[in-house]
Design a binder for this molecule. Structure first.
Ligand SMILES: [Zn+2]
Length: 377
C-alpha cells in the first residue's frame, strides 16, 4: 500500500500491528515503515536512534522558501496494556462499527496515520510555497525522550512557523497544555530491631506526615483561564528494608501538573518550606507548560478550518496532559501550537482503547486543509 492510495483505516491498522509499548518502546521498525511511506510522498527522511531499536523519524519536504515550514508531530510509542484483560486484540486493529480498537489507537497512531495520509495527498501538488515537516517520535510516553534527542542534534529539525500536535482532542483544536514536574521526596530515620521501635526513628511515620501535608498543599496561584489549576498526585511510595526492622528511609514519588507562570524551582521551594529541611526533595524530570495566544492569526485560521468540520466554532480549551511540543516549541523558537487529533482524550491509556473511524477521516481532512492553507497560499 502506498500513501497516495492508502486510507487512514488501513494505515492505522498497520501502525497498531507494531508493538511499540513503552517500555521498552522498540519504535524503530514502525519509524522505518513510516519513513518508506513518506519517501514515496516526496519527503527526505532521517531516523535518529537514541537507544537500541528506538528511533524518532524526521521527514521534511521543502517549499520554495521565504516562509518557514509547518510542523506536524505525533508519537508512535504507547503505554503498556495495563493489568486488566482486554476484550479486543490490542495489536490487530479490530473494527466494530465506528470503533477501531487497539493500544495506541486514540493515543495516537490514528493521528500519525492521518498525518501520513495528508502527506500523500499533498504529494500531488508539485510545488509548495512553504515546506512541511513531520516529526514522528519515539519515547513520548516517558517524558519526551525521542523529541529531546532530535532537539539536541544540529540541523535535523529545520525551522517551523507553526506546530500541529496530533494528541487526542476528538478533533477540537486546543491552544495549550499543562506542564509537569516530578519529585522524589525522601524521609530518613534510624534503623533498629522491630521489637524495640523506641530505639529507632521511623522514616515511614515521617512519610505519613509528609503525605498529610501534601494533601493540603496549596499552590497559591490563580486558576489559568483555559488550563485551570495545577494538581499534585502522590504516585509511588517505597520504604523499609524488611518487616522486622524500623525503616530508616522512605521515598514518595510526586507528579505535579503545572500551568503557565509557574516555575519548577519555586514549586520546589514551596514544598521545602511546607515539609521542612529534614525532608529531601529531588527533581526527577519535567516538561514545560505551553499556551498559544488564541487571537494569533494562524490559530484563528485553524479555527476557521475546523468550524465547518465540527459544525461549531471551537471553544477555548487545553490539555491536562503534556505533549512533545513542550520540547519542540522551544527548539523552534516558540511558534504557535495547536493540539488537534482524532483520538478521544478519555480513551488514552485505557483498557480496550479505541478511536472513532469517523474522527480519523475527519482528521485527514483537517490536516490536509491546515497544511494546504500553510503551504499553498
Ligand atoms: Zn500521547
Amino acid at each position: 500500500m502506498s500513501v497516495q492510495d492508502g486510507n487512514v483505516l488501513s494505515l492505522s491498522r498497520r501502525l497498531l500491528s507494531f508493538n511499540t509499548v513503552n517500555p521498552p518502546g522498540c519504535e524503530r521498525e514502525c519509524a522505518r515503515f513510516l519513513a518508506a511511506q513518506l519517501e514515496r510522498a516526496g519527503f527526505h527522511t532521517g531516523l535518529f536512534e537514541f537507544s537500541e531499536a528506538r528511533a524518532t523519524l524526521v521527514a521534511r519536504r521543502d517549499g520554495r522558501g521565504g516562509k518557514s515550514p509547518i510542523c506536524f508531530t505525533g508519537h508512535v510509542d504507547t503505554v503498556p496494556l495495563g493489568s486488566a484483560p482486554w476484550s479486543r486484540d490490542p495489536f490487530t486493529g479490530e473494527l466494530d462499527g465506528d470503533k477501531l480498537y487497539g493500544r495506541g489507537s486514540s493515543d495516537m497512531k490514528a493521528a500519525v496515520a492521518a498525518m501520513v495520509v495528508m502527506a500523500g495527498r499533498l504529494s500531488r501538488i508539485k510545488d509548495l510555497s512553504a515546506g512541511i515537516t513531520l516529526v514522528l517520535t519515539a519515547g513520548e510516553e516517558t517524558c519526551c525522550e525521542g523529541a529531546r534527542y532530535v532537539v539536541s542534534l544540529d540541523n535535523v529539525l529545520g525551522k517551523a512557523g507553526a506546530i500541529v500536535v496530533g494528541e487526542p482532542t476528538s478533533n477540537h483544536p486546543w491552544i495549550g497544555h499543562k506542564g509537569c514536574v516530578r519529585f522524589a521526596v525522601r524521609t530518613t530515620g534510624t534503623t533498629a530491631h522491630a521489637s524495640t521501635p523506641k530505639l529507632g526513628d521511623n522514616a515511614i511515620h515521617k512519610a505519613a506526615e509528609v503525605i498529610t501535608k501534601l494533601r493540603a498543599f496549596d499552590f497559591d496561584v490563580p486558576a489559568h483561564p483555559v488550563l485551570g489549576s495545577p494538581t499534585l498526585n502522590i504516585g509511588t511510595i517505597s520504604g523499609g528494608m524488611n518487616i522486622n526492622s524500623v525503616p530508616d528511609q522512605a521515598t514518595l514519588g510526586i507528579d505535579i501538573r503545572t500551568v503557565p507562570g509557574q516555575n519548577d524551582d519555586e514549586i520546589r521551594e514551596a514544598l521545602q518550606r511546607l515539609l521542612g529541611d529534614e525532608v529531601e526533595i529531588e527533581r526527577l524530570e519535567g516538561a514545560r507548560s505551553l499556551e498559544t495566544d488564541p487571537s494569533h492569526e494562524w490559530v484563528q485560521r485553524v479555527f476557521d478550518i475546523m468550524e465547518p468540520l465540527l459544525k461549531q466554532r471551537p471553544e477555548l480549551a487545553g490539555a491536562a496532559y503534556f505533549t512533545d511540543a513542550a520540547v519542540l516549541a522551544p527548539a523552534y523558537g516558540h511558534p504557535p501550537v495547536v493540539i488537534v487529533g482524532p483520538g478521544d482524550p478519555g480513551m488514552a491509556h485505557k483498557t480496550d482503547e479505541y478511536c472513532s473511524l469517523q474522527k480519523m477521516e475527519q482528521a485527514v481532512e483537517a490536516y490536509t486543509r491546515i497544511a494546504m492553507q500553510w503551504c499553498c497560499d
